[in-house]
Ligand binder design. Structure first.
Ligand SMILES: [Zn+2]
Length: 96
């Protein structure tokens, strides 16, 4: 029997920001250039900016379905990503 659990790992947030595909209801968005409507089941790179996707995150809870379609990408939790990327932006803001 197998199921999904979240694994905590140290990652380079700047690298994720450049190579993350964010899945909405049925299509994906590029986190690098904000291009919308990307076919997440097949896109290896962003059709607009050319960013190569390495990570995937979802706004919905359909983790298993998306994971099965894209076993080549590292699935991260969108809320985790937003939390750390938001705290980095806040730090940059205060140190500027
Ligand atoms: Zn892009």
């Amino acid at each position: 029997m197998s199921d999904l659990v979240r694994v905590w790992k140290e990652v380079d947030i700047a690298d994720i920001a450049k190579s993350l595909l964010i899945i909405g209801l049925s299509t994906g968005d590029c986190s690098n250039c904000r291009e919308l409507g990307i076919d997440y089941s097949s896109a290896k790179a962003c059709p607009k900016c050319g960013a190569v996707f390495k990570y995937i995150a979802s706004r919905s809870k359909e983790i298993k379905k998306i994971k099965n379609k894209r076993p080549d990408l590292i699935f991260i939790d969108l809320e985790d990503y937003k939390k750390v990327s938001g705290s980095i932006k806040a730090k940059d803001f205060f140190s500027a």
